[in-house]
Design a protein around this ligand. Structure first.
Ligand SMILES: [Zn+2]
Length: 159
């Protein structure tokens, strides 16, 4: 058997652990968005009574594990939520849209990358340039910084 591991940015490590559960506890990681326990209800519970910007929460590996900078932007783009929005000002519909967007973006990226090592054409990541046109609504793509990370969003449809 063979295990192939690609880590272009060299942030990762491969090691052997006795128990994945112990590993997750030891490193204080939050739930994986693609695991069955990560339901809409669980996501609502995570957001409940939290403050701060929604993108900062998505990047907090101790709260939800596995969402990197590009995927946080992608999910917010798809859910039509401004990355700078504060959590307490999100509506129930937006939370549902974001929940679905997180899972769909991760699933699509995994499926796509397994074939080509690139991102699907409709992903925002293809338009990460200040002043580019939004592939969804034709609005203007803007760049800002949220939680110290460079952030791209559509100034027209992400509110
Ligand atoms: Zn747009």
């Amino acid at each position: 058997m063979h295990l192939a591991y690609e880590d272009a940015r060299l942030f990762g490590v491969v090691d052997i652990v006795r128990s994945p559960g112990d590993f997750i506890r030891e490193y204080g990681l939050g739930p994986d968005p693609l695991e069955p326990a990560f339901t809409l209800r669980a996501f609502r519970k995570i957001l409940h009574k939290r403050r701060g910007r929604i993108k900062a929460l998505l990047l907090s590996q101790d709260i939800i594990a596995g969402i990197g900078n590009l995927y946080a932007d992608e999910a917010l783009f798809r859910a039509a939520v401004d990355p700078r929005r504060t959590i307490d000002r999100m509506t129930d519909d937006e939370v549902r849209a974001l929940y679905n967007a997180i899972r769909n973006v991760l699933r699509e990226a995994i499926a796509f990358k397994s074939r080509d090592g690139d991102y699907p054409a409709r992903f925002l990541v293809q338009h990460r340039e200040e002043g580019d046109r939004c592939p969804r609504c034709g609005g203007t793509i803007r760049r800002t910084v949220v939680a110290t990370r460079t952030t791209y969003y559509c100034a027209k449809h992400q509110r």
